[in-house]
Ligand binder design. Structure first.
Ligand code: GDP
Length: 348
């Protein structure tokens, strides 16, 4: 009899353990609103889940968190690998927490799908910030679609804001398409650059400069300082050739040393100046509305796809039609039409 008792006890403790591991959505929301980082982290994991059965819970969390009014500033930070993004975020984040701010760092890494490992996911890159009780660092996992990454980052951002984080830093590598997605969800977009190398050499894609509200030349220290100052003058001149932004803001060019922590407070002051202007001109509100619009459209896009591909009938038909297309029996357009028609009929 003894062993059976043991097994029962084990099973009960397993169930208890599982319960402990997965608190209800209501408990998570309460935890988030109380600024509990563990609850926040768990809620984000739920949001990032691709399992259909988690969707409802995730929606509930976002809905509840959206109710909480937040006065946050959302800042996108981009730049090629090696420019010093994590060193900068560490310095900038520490500066902000020293000023009483609560800082959340969300890192998007679209390359991780291919590399199978997140280059941004290494939390140890921000040694100090990771230990700071007023900072929360969270890398976004890889996702099949860029829209998916963006949507989850947005929702993660909402949760962080509900947890009381008032500065949200979204880090992205400036070599993919992720910066367009990030640009569509932040209030201020900052491009980190190096002095002395052309944009092509730095791998900076065209169009990013136009999106930036500020260019910050990093590593302005030691022997590099002179070069950084020269680059600053050149960029300032070059930016004058671009048409002014619709909100009247003229993008600024600053220098800093993330390593020596110089030029950091100037960057924050500039962002505050921008925010003051954007709020005065109502640009802030209309930009946030625009952000909501693209959030809505992306969400619909993703949900439709998710539902379509999760449907077992569709999977089967797609398989068959793929074979037919490969065998040249039907054109891709006809196949797509057939599939969608069958799905529509099924739905109605
Ligand atoms: P990321 O790939 O953009 O995140 O860049 P990292 O923050 O990992 O920095 C890449 C390298 O540049 C590291 O060796 C840093 O120590 C160095 N680095 C970052 N910021 C500075 C800086 O302001 N000055 C100098 N001299 N080196 C820096």
């Amino acid at each position: 009899m003894e062993p059976k008792k043991n097994t029962d006890a084990k099973n009960i403790s397993k169930v208890q353990e599982k319960r402990r591991q997965s608190p209800t959505e209501e408990v998570l929301v309460k935890g988030i609103l109380n600024g509990d980082r563990t609850a926040l982290a768990r809620a984000i994991t739920l949001i990032e889940s691709t399992q259909i059965e988690h969707l409802e819970k995730a929606n509930f969390l976002v809905e509840q968190c959206l109710v909480k009014k937040s006065d946050s500033i959302r800042i996108g930070i981009t730049g090629v690998p090696g420019v010093g993004k994590s060193t900068f975020i560490e310095a900038f984040g520490k500066y902000l927490t020293s000023k009483g701010k609560k800082v959340a760092v969300l890192a998007i890494d679209p390359t991780s799908t291919q590399s199978k490992g997140s280059i941004l996911g290494d939390k140890t890159r921000m040694n100090e910030l990771v230990k700071d009780p007023n900072a929360f660092i969270r890398p976004s996992p890889s996702s099949e679609s860029l829209g998916g990454v963006a949507r989850k980052t947005r929702e993660t951002m909402i949760l962080c804001e509900a947890a009381g984080y008032d500065v949200i830093l979204i880090e992205t590598v400036g070599v993919g398409q992720s910066e367009t997605a990030v640009h569509s969800m932040v209030d201020f977009f900052l491009l980190l650059k190096l002095a002395g190398a052309g944009d092509e050499l730095q791998g900076i894609k065209r169009g990013i400069i136009e999106m930036a509200d500020a260019l910050v030349i990093n590593k302005a220290d030691g022997a590099n300082r002179k070069e950084a100052n020269r680059a600053q003058t050149e960029f300032k001149r070059a930016l004058h050739l671009y048409p002014p932004k619709s909100n009247g803001w003229m993008p600024k060019v600053l220098t800093c040393s993330a390593l020596e922590k110089t030029g950091i407070s100037e960057i924050w002051d500039m962002i505050l100046e921008y925010m003051a202007l954007a709020k005065k001109t109502d640009y802030f509100d209309s930009a946030r509305k625009q952000q909501n619009k693209s959030w809505l459209l992306q969400t619909i896009d993703e949900r439709l796809k998710q539902r379509f591909y999760a449907n077992p009938e569709n999977k089967k038909r797609l398989e068959e039609l793929l074979n037919d297309v490969m065998a040249n029996k039907i054109s891709p357009f006809q196949a797509a039409e057939k599939l969608l028609k069958a799905y529509k009929k099924e739905k109605s």
